[in-house]
Design a protein. Structure first.
Length: 106
């Protein structure tokens, strides 16, 4: 194997690793957001976990984050929680999840 091939493989491995970390962070953030929403909806612990699993499955099936955020905002609308607040909480969840994932990857 040439040094070029070795370098190429190293870049591909690093890219795959970064993508895996981004995926894990996003799913962790979606779960946190879903549990936050479930609490505001008055769901029990088991129902909250089921709600989180449903939203994670929705996110995996369709990787546009807006779909998950719109679903949660629609569910929380009767409780008086705006889409802007949902997005703000998601930003916080993403930041925390990225820190957590990076810490566990080290």
């Amino acid at each position: 194997m040439t040094s070029f091939d070795q370098r190429e493989n190293a870049y591909e491995t690093e890219f795959a690793h970064r993508e895996e970390l981004k995926f894990r962070a996003r799913e962790r953030a979606v779960r946190s957001l879903a549990l936050w929403a479930a609490q505001r909806l008055g769901k029990t612990s088991q129902d909250g976990e089921a709600y989180a699993r449903d939203l994670i499955a929705l996110d995996v099936a369709n990787p546009r984050l807006d779909i998950v955020l719109e679903r949660i905002a629609a569910d929380l609308h009767p409780a008086g929680i705006t889409q802007q607040e949902v997005r703000r909480v998601m930003d916080q969840c993403l930041a925390q999840a990225e820190i957590s994932v990076r810490g566990s990857a080290s």
